[in-house]
Design a protein around this ligand. Structure first.
Ligand code: GSH
Length: 256
């Protein structure tokens, strides 16, 4: 009997989304608990993640009758999206197994390549996404990050690790870029009005980004992504968050 898995997640969160895709790819059974990370409930901090962040996984322990909000005290609580993705991969393909998965292959060189790509995602794309959307940096920062990542894609097509070798290296940027698309297409972010839409249009039309566009379309077509991304939910939330952030930034600029 496999151990119980409860994923504490949020539809808005690109990090939690990575773990949900990995769980879908794994075929493992899991319970899903949506957490409002803007208004963290006490039970979440007390019983799941003292840092208050999503994603988290409660692993193992007996079922408890009080519901998902109260994980078994005997379950192990695990955190950090990329660590959780590798944990899920270890569950379906333990170290002694020779089996590749749709999360990470067994070949050490390919694993190193995947982790190298993810390092660039974390240092370039994730920071650009938050700097642009929350802090109002010019959206061209996202295009610069995409350019760096594009350089690391195989030139003749396919996913990060080549051909149809879909892996966590593709998932790591995809969940961020899917949210950047919703934000920028609708010009929702703390940046100056019109700049998000303009930058996204450039990303989707400039010849320079052709390789990226092919990868992005292939990645968005994956079933595990489509089953786990609620674009409408993200849009509704962005509509209620970002106009106020833009107004605040402009007011601070005027007052400075
Ligand atoms: N490095 C973490 C980042 C997780 C994270 O920042 N999650 C956000 C939601 S997207 C959160 O829970 N924020 C609440 C907080 O920071 O208090 C990961 O990859 O899991």
């Amino acid at each position: 009997m496999p151990e119980r898995i409860t994923l504490y997640t949020a539809k808005l969160c690109p990090f939690a989304h990575r773990v949900e895709i990995a769980l879908k790819e794994s075929g493992l059974q899991y319970d899903r608990c949506e957490v409002d990370f803007f208004n963290k409930p006490d039970w979440y901090i007390q019983k799941v993640n003292p840092a208050g962040k999503v994603p988290a996984i409660a692993y193992g322990g007996p079922e408890v009758s009080t519901g998902l909000e109260y994980p078994s005290p005997e379950s192990t609580k695990l955190f950090e999206s990329l660590i959780l993705v590798e944990f899920i991969n270890d569950l379906i393909s333990p170290p002694e197994s020779a089996q590749d998965t749709a999360i990470l292959p067994k070949d050490p060189v390919l694993r190193a390549k995947a982790r190298f790509f993810i390092e660039a995602v974390c240092s370039k794309l994730v920071s650009a996404f938050f700097n642009v959307h929350i802090r109002g940096q010019h959206p061209s920062s996202i295009l610069s990050a995409v350019e760096t990542l594009q350089e690391l894609l195989p030139k003749d097509g396919g996913f990060v690790l080549g051909e149809d070798r879909w892996s966590m290296a593709d998932v790591a940027p995809l969940t961020v870029l899917a949210r950047a698309e919703v934000g920028m297409v609708n010009d929702l972010g703390a940046y100056d009005e019109g700049e998000g839409r303009k930058a996204w249009d450039r990303l989707m039309s400039d010849e320079k980004f052709e390789r990226f566009r092919k990868w992005f379309a292939d990645a968005k077509a994956k079933k595990s992504f489509q089953e786990t991304f609620d674009a409408e939910f993200v849009l509704d939330n962005f509509k209620s968050m970002y106009p106020a952030m833009r107004a605040k930034r402009l007011a601070e600029k005027v007052g400075a």
